[in-house]
Ligand binder design. Structure first.
Ligand code: ATP
Length: 412
C-alpha cells in the first residue's frame, strides 16, 4: 500500500470522505498490522465498521494510543449515546495531525482570565422532538461565579436545555453561548471546560468505580489528582473498588458526581445531582457545590426540590412547559409556600366565610363538615379563624412541585 509513496492514512481518509469506506477498510487494517497503536488509524477504522460495538472498540483503541485525541473522545461519547445525538457518520475533516497536548488544549486546572461575558447565555432557544416543541424560546443568563438553580416540574425542559448547552442535543433555533463559545460551533472547546453530570448515567458495568474514574481522567489528560478523587469519594461514602454493576442507583450517582467535580471545571452543569441520594449525602453534595463556587467555578444545576435550591443558589430560574417563567431570588420562593388543609368540623360551618380569607381557596366540601382548602403563604389567618369553630380533625399536606407551579403560574 505504501509503495506508491502516498500516505495510507491520507488515502483512507479520502476514500472515507468520498463515501468509499469499504475500500478504506483493508488499507487501514494493513496499516495497523505495522503500527498497532496508531490512534489516527484506529479512529479512521471506526468509520469503516458497521457494528456499533466494533466502532466503539476501534475508538477505545484510538484513545489507548492517544488519550488526548479529542475527536475520538467525542465520537466515542456519541456512539455510547452519552450525547443523545446519533452520529450521522459524516467526517468533518478529521486532521491527520497529532492531537493537541493536554496543556495546550486547556485541560490544565488553571482558570482562564476573567471575562465579563456570562457563563451561560441563551436567547430564544428552541427545540423540537419531531412535531413536539419542547423548548419555546428559552432566555437564560447565568453569571460567572454564581450558583444558579434550575427548577421545574417533570417534562418542563430542564434536561433539554442543559443538553443543548453542550450541543449534546442540537438546538433548532435561538443562540447559545457557554463561556463565550457557541457549543454548536465548537462543542469540544465547551466540553473541555465544563464538568457535566447527566440526569441519566450510562456507566460501563464491567469497570470498577475506580477504573471508570481513571478512564475519565485519562480522557481528560489526567487533569485531576488521584488524591482529589479519593477525597471526593470518601466524602460521598463511595467505595471505589466496587464494580459498577454492583452499585445501587445512588452509588452510581456518586460516581457521576465525582467525575463531574474531580478536575475542578470552570463551569459545572448538573442535571438533578442529588436525585436518589440519602439526605446526608445530598447535603454533602450541596457543600461540594459551594466549595466549587468558592474556588471560582460557576454552577448550574437542575432540581425538583425547592429547599435545596434555596440552600445554595443565589438565583433560581423557573421553567415550565418549555418556557422560562421567571428568574428569582430563591428566598422569595419559600415565602410563597403552598399548603393543602383538610378540616373536619363537628358540625356544618359557613365555608364562604373561611374561603374569603386572604390566600385561602376552598377546593371542595362535603356537607359543610369536611372542607378542603388550599392556602398560599402564611397559614396563620386560617388557623385563627378556625379557632371559632368546633374542629374534630385538621391535616395539612404539601402539594407536589407540579401543583405549586400550576398554582403560581397558571395563566402566565
Ligand atoms: P424531568 O424533570 O422529568 O427530567 P425535564 O424538565 O428535564 O423533565 P425534558 O426531559 O427536557 O424535561 O423534556 C421536555 C419535554 O420534551 C417533555 O415533554 C419530554 O417528554 C419531551 N422529550 C424529551 N426528550 C424527548 C425525546 N427524545 N423525544 C421526544 N420527546 C422528548
Amino acid at each position: 500500500m505504501r509503495s506508491n509513496g502516498e500516505n495510507p492514512l491520507r488515502t483512507a481518509l479520502n476514500l472515507i470522505r468520498g463515501g468509499n469506506s469499504k475500500k478504506a477498510h483493508p488499507i487501514l487494517v494493513e496499516f495497523l498490522r505495522g503500527e498497532p497503536n496508531n490512534a489516527q488509524a484506529w479512529f479512521l477504522l471506526s468509520y469503516t465498521l458497521d457494528d456499533p460495538q466494533h466502532k466503539q472498540q476501534a475508538l477505545i483503541r484510538a484513545l489507548r494510543g492517544d488519550p488526548q485525541f479529542e475527536r475520538a473522545q467525542t465520537r466515542l461519547q456519541m456512539l455510547r449515546g452519552e450525547t443523545g445525538r446519533t452520529y450521522a457518520g459524516k467526517i468533518s475533516a478529521p486532521s491527520l495531525k497529532p492531537a493537541t497536548p493536554a496543556k495546550e488544549a486547556g485541560l490544565a486546572r488553571s482558570r482562564p482570565a476573567f471575562t465579563s461575558a456570562p457563563a451561560i447565555r441563551t436567547r430564544g432557544l428552541t427545540k423540537f422532538y419531531g412535531s413536539f416543541q419542547a423548548l419555546h424560546g428559552v432566555d437564560l443568563e447565568v453569571r460567572r461565579g454564581e450558583i444558579f438553580g434550575f427548577l421545574g416540574p417533570n417534562g418542563a425542559g430542564k434536561t433539554t436545555t442543559i443538553r443543548s448547552l453542550l450541543d449534546l442535543i442540537h438546538r433548532d433555533g435561538g443562540t447559545v453561548e457557554v463561556l463565550g463559545i457557541d457549543p454548536q460551533k465548537d462543542p469540544v472547546a465547551v466540553r473541555r471546560r465544563v464538568g457535566y453530570m447527566p440526569g441519566e448515567l450510562h456507566l460501563d458495568n464491567n469497570l470498577t468505580a475506580e477504573g471508570l474514574l481513571r478512564y475519565f481522567n485519562d480522557l481528560r489528560g489526567r487533569a485531576a489528582d488521584w488524591s482529589t478523587i479519593r477525597k471526593l469519594a470518601e466524602r460521598l461514602d463511595l467505595k471505589l473498588k466496587q464494580p459498577i454493576r454492583n452499585l445501587s442507583h445512588g452509588n452510581k450517582q456518586k460516581v457521576g458526581i465525582v467525575q463531574t467535580l474531580m478536575h475542578h471545571p470552570e463551569l459545572i452543569l448538573m442535571d438533578e445531582p442529588t436525585q436518589g441520594l440519602d439526605p446526608l449525602i445530598q447535603q454533602e453534595v450541596l457543600h461540594m457545590l459551594k466549595e466549587a463556587q468558592a474556588d471560582g467555578a460557576t454552577v448550574f444545576f437542575s432540581s425538583h426540590i425547592i429547599s435545596e435550591v434555596e440552600a445554595v443558589a443565589q438565583r433560581v430560574g423557573i421553567i415550565r412547559a418549555g418556557r422560562m417563567v421567571e428568574v428569582a431570588d430563591p428566598k422569595s420562593l419559600g415565602k410563597r409556600s403552598l399548603h393543602r388543609v383538610h378540616v373536619r368540623f363537628k358540625q356544618a360551618v359557613d365555608s364562604n366565610q373561611l374561603a374569603r380569607l386572604p390566600g385561602v381557596r376552598l377546593l371542595s366540601q362535603n356537607n359543610g363538615t369536611d372542607l378542603f382548602f388550599q392556602i398560599e403563604g402564611e397559614m396563620d389567618g386560617l388557623i385563627k379563624a378556625l379557632a371559632a369553630y368546633p374542629v374534630s380533625n385538621f391535616a395539612t399536606e404539601r402539594p407536589s412541585l407540579e401543583e405549586i407551579f400550576l398554582a403560581y403560574y397558571e395563566g402566565k
